[in-house]
Design a protein around this ligand. Structure first.
Ligand code: ADP
Ligand code: MG
Length: 268
């Protein structure tokens, strides 16, 4: 074993020992001269469901792209104790699954697309275990009837489900989802959130989701991060979903009801 391999193994072990999955410290990011993330800091624990909310253009997608190393900002992003910038794409993909806001369409079948999620784990050959994992995820998300359709023949919602399936097949420790329920009908919205909540709880996967639907976030969140103009305005449990915070972030008046101990947001 090389020294580098040994270093990476100890780092991986540390992720499970100290339960801190991700640490973001003073992260700033600019596109050309425009700063769209300003000194963002937070931690994510194992099995936590974290929602990033904020108006269009507040930096949610950019933040998710910094978390998985697609974009590199100033400041630090640690996965466990590993600096994202020191990891290769393949190493990141073994730990972090990412569902982008816009799904790519190609001529592959649904089955092959989900199998691509296994790529970071596959050595020379696709193994039975990889095929089994794809089948498991297809069953989990009820995609059996679509397995051999091509992506070009899917609706927006179906494509979204397949993209989520591909990320789950990757068996990540951290799952980043950018507005995953946007194209989904009500049943699939509930189904996807239920499945994500379950894998977070049972498998200790940390799920970080950018989302517009405050009520879905309220129902499923362990923690909410409110972004506005590139900064964190508020962060905490669902108790931060107050009329004041929502008005400050979205510039809109709302009423808040309590439903089974969770805030439910309605227009004022
Ligand atoms: P959100 O996901 O919250 O809607 P984004 O992270 O997509 O916000 O965008 C944050 C800001 O950065 C916006 O003002 C957006 O116009 C700008 N932006 C996003 N992507 C790019 C890019 N590739 N080049 C330049 N500016 C960008
Ligand atoms: Mg976005």
């Amino acid at each position: 074993m090389t020294q580098n391999m040994r270093w990476k193994m100890t780092q991986k072990m540390r992720i499970t020992q100290n339960q801190k999955m991700m640490l973001v410290k003073d992260l700033s990011f600019s596109y050309n001269s425009k700063e769209v993330l300003k000194k963002i800091s937070f931690e994510v624990k194992e099995g936590e469901m974290v929602f990033i909310i904020g108006p269009n253009g507040s930096g949610k997608s950019t933040l998710l792209k910094c978390l998985n190393g697609i974009l590199k900002g100033k400041g630090a992003v640690y996965i466990g104790e590993m600096d994202v910038r020191r990891l290769s794409k393949r190493e990141i993909a073994k730990i972090v699954g990412y569902v982008p806001q816009r799904c790519e369409v190609n001529h592959l079948t649904v089955f092959d697309t989900i199998l691509l999620g296994r790529r970071p784990h596959i050595g020379w050959n696709i193994e039975q275990r990889d095929i089994e994992m794809v089948k498991k995820v297809i069953r989990l998300l009820n995609l059996e009837n679509l397995s051999f359709r091509r992506l070009t023949q899917l609706s927006g919602g179906e494509l979204q489900m397949v993209t989520i399936a591909r990320a789950l097949a990757q068996e990540p420790k951290i799952l980043l989802l950018d507005e995953p329920t946007n194209n989904l009908d009500l049943k699939n919205q509930i189904e996807v959130m239920r499945i994500l909540g379950e894998i977070a709880r049972k498998e200790g996967i940390s799920v970080i989701t950018a989302m517009h639907d405050l009520n879905l976030a309220s129902l499923y969140a362990d923690r909410i991060i409110m972004l506005k103009d590139s900064r964190i305005i508020a962060m905490g449990g669902t108790e931060i979903l107050t009329t004041e915070n929502i008005e400050r972030v979205y510039d809109v008046r709302v009423s808040i009801l309590q439903h089974e101990g969770k805030p439910l947001i309605l227009p004022a």
